[in-house]
Ligand binder design. Structure first.
Ligand code: NAD
Ligand code: DAU
Length: 346
């Protein structure tokens, strides 16, 4: 079976590529990735010489790039991870989110339909459901109610993918997972910002009151669920993926500081994210029931493994924390609080 994985050089896509090559001897993978700021071929160094794997640099929103991949390969199925993924960047400028997440998905859907693939797995997110109050959890039947330009673009892609199923019979399956953490996550998301800043004794920015809740899942567990979605997911169905490990941001930051042996005084409360969703929680009983899937890695163990990865991959961090990253960081965080500017901390 030959599958097209898009966005395979990113955080979760690379976990999925490594996972498949490790566990599925008969698999062949074509990884189509544009290598935006978030894409990094270092994440795939361990598999780059595997004869079952090939990398193609290209844009999912370019019909020429997508067509070339399908013309050069007999693709059986598609797993679409490629996306612009950071909520704060989407608040600054929504346009790349609309282009990649919506039009890029359309482009892939059209080519997949033309080529007659056996499955199209659209990697979505629990953020499309919007925000929860203090109790309850999102089920697959919860209404779509996105808050940010990012989550609105992902919701748009989900609706389009389902429309391709209903209108043309394309065998689309959608997964909606909660917050991932683990090795190779770009240091713009909460966990790697906190780990890499704490390792450098820099302030740890926490938005608002720090009581927003996310459900944290180790990325490799998400990959295991995506493989099951590809193998066993029913066309036209949505599948939630979650861990049950709900934590406030304050609990997350304190656990990271404890594991690193750093003081709580590094925590710095900053201006809140506009439209900040208060709480996410996922009911994933459907995939437990249908596929016997459940998360196995507990949060403290997954976090310790993640910290160890960042500790032993300083070169990876140094390459990313270049001038483009530092200007992003200054732009994003100085706006929230002048004392967070890197230039003032160095
Ligand atoms: P990421 O930002 O780490 O990686 C995204 C990848 O997509 C990068 O390799 C980038 O180069 C590539 N890409 C971006 N635009 C592209 C384009 N136009 N054409 C081809 N490639 C392009 O993202 P991630 O955190 O690994 O997320 C992967 C997917 O999982 C996304 O669809 C995201 O919405 C979804 N998701 C993420 C989380 C999470 O917690 N990170 C949770 C649930 C769902
Ligand atoms: O729920 C799944 C989603 O999880 C994915 O679809 C997104 O791609 C992914 O980015 C993530 O979205 P979040 O907005 O939940 O993740 P982020 O890491 O940006 O923020 C997690 C929480 O931490 C959130 O409440 C905002 C807060 N935060 C974030 C950053 C970057 C801070 O307090 N300080 C920070 O510096």
């Amino acid at each position: 079976m030959k599958i097209l994985v898009t966005g395979g050089a990113g955080f979760i896509g690379s976990s999925f590529v490594r996972y498949l090559l490790r566990t599925q001897p008969g698999i062949e993978i074509v990884n189509l990735d544009l290598l935006t700021y978030a894409g990094n071929l270092r994440n795939l160094e361990t598999v780059s010489n595997d004869p079952r794997y090939q990398f193609v640099r290209g844009d999912i929103a370019s019909s020429n790039d997508v067509r070339a991949v399908f013309e050069g390969n007999r693709i059986d199925a598609v797993v679409n991870f490629a996306a612009e993924t950071h909520v704060d960047r989407s608040i600054e400028d929504a346009s790349p989110f609309i282009r990649t997440n919506i039009d890029g998905t359309r482009c892939l859907l059209q080519q997949a339909l033309q080529s007659g693939v056996s499955k199209f797995v659209q990697i979505s997110t629990d953020e499309v459901y919007g925000s929860l109050g203090p109790v309850g959890a999102f089920t697959e039947d919860s209404p779509i109610d996105p808050s940010s330009p990012y989550s609105a673009s992902k919701a748009g892609a989900d609706l389009l993918a389902m429309a391709f199923h209903k209108t043309y019979g394309l065998p689309v399956v959608i997964t909606r997972c909660s917050n991932n953490y683990g090795p190779c996550q770009f240091p713009e998301k909460l966990v790697p910002v906190l780990i890499t800043n704490a390792m450098d004794d820099k302030p740890l920015p926490i938005y608002g009151d720090g009581l927003n809740v996310r459900e944290w899942i180790f990325a490799d567990e998400h990959s295991r669920a995506v493989w099951l979605a590809l193998e066993r997911g029913k066309a036209g169905e949505v599948y939630n993926v979650g861990s049950g490990h709900e934590k406030t941001n304050i609990e997350v930051v304190k656990e990271i500081l404890r594991l690193l042996g750093k003081p709580d005084s590094l925590i710095k409360f900053v201006k809140d994210r506009p439209g900040h969703d208060r709480r996410y929680a996922i009911d994933c009983s459907k995939i437990t029931r249908e596929w016997n899937w459940s998360a196995e890695v507990d949060f403290a163990r997954g976090l310790a493994e993640t910290i160890e990865w960042y500790r032993t991959n300083q070169e990876w961090i140094r390459e990313i924390k270049n001038s483009a990253y530092l200007s992003y960081y200054d732009r994003m965080y100085t706006r929230r609080d002048q004392t967070l500017a890197w230039s003032k901390q160095d």
